[in-house]
Unconditional design. Structure first.
Length: 255
């Protein structure tokens, strides 16, 4: 395995050649790919939860459902989220180029910001394994709607807007701690990882399961594994190559 702080041209060329040779590439992205768009990550050295561990505890489903004040804090945070003004960066666009070359089979993302689709990634190739912040769901019925509709109610003074259909608790359509992931998404992600010939893990600490499990799964099925991140990950030892540095710049060069 190769691992250095500033990838030399020959190492970038090696990965670029692997991309050229591959026919079924699967990409896993984490929060690190969106930091250049102004959205902070969670577990990096300057991540939201690294700086404020209490914020992570507030992201549990049981706490959210049980405590109205937590929900009020969550709605205020949604109003002020930097993600609403964020735009795709060079890293997102590099993956669109990979797709247009016919190389990208599936893009599994741990991100909830929707920037891959904004950049031009085909929605049917994207698996939002942790859901999306762009929609709101009711925890008691099947109601689902654009998030901005609920945020408009908050702006009009509703601190914890209830479901307009059944009066239940509304929540962003994201997967909180304690919630199960969507079974169909997991099955699809595992199938993609099992059948790829190259796995690119980008901008993730690879510490959150079951999403991170697709990396060793791909390796067990014979795929090469390349990790692109700004800091060490929990799976660097699994990779054939680790490219450490500016994620957007690296992706722009290897694509």
């Amino acid at each position: 395995m190769a691992e250095i702080e500033t990838p030399p041209p020959e190492l970038l060329d090696r990965v670029r050649n692997w991309i050229d040779e591959s026919e079924r590439i699967v990409v896993l992205t984490g929060a690190g790919i969106s930091t250049d768009s102004g959205i902070p990550d969670f577990r990096g050295p300057k991540g939201v939860w690294t700086r404020n561990p209490a914020a992570e505890k507030l992201s549990t489903i049981d706490t959210y459902l049980a405590d109205p004040e937590v929900r009020r804090q969550a709605w205020r945070a949604r109003l002020d989220s930097r993600a609403w003004a964020a735009e795709p960066n060079a890293g997102h666009r590099a993956l669109v180029r990979l797709e247009k070359r016919g190389k990208l089979a599936t893009l599994i993302t741990q991100n909830i910001d929707g920037l891959h689709q904004d950049a031009g990634s085909a929605p049917d190739r994207v698996i939002e394994i942790h859901g999306t912040m762009r929609e709101v769901v009711c925890m008691s019925c099947s109601y689902r709607a654009p998030m901005q509709e609920a945020l408009d109610r908050v702006r009009r003074g509703e601190e914890d807007p209830p479901c307009p259909v059944c009066g239940g608790i509304l929540k962003s359509a994201t997967i909180s701690f304690g919630q199960n992931l969507v079974a169909a998404d997991l099955v699809r992600a595992d199938a993609a990882a099992s059948n790829c010939d190259l796995m690119l893990a980008i901008g993730s600490t690879l510490s959150v399961y079951p999403a991170a499990a697709v990396v060793p799964l791909a390796r067990r099925h014979g795929a090469r594994v390349v990790i692109v991140n700004g800091s060490p990950t929990e799976m660097d030892s699994v990779a054939d190559v680790v490219l450490r540095g500016d994620i957007s710049a690296i992706l722009d060069r290897i694509m």
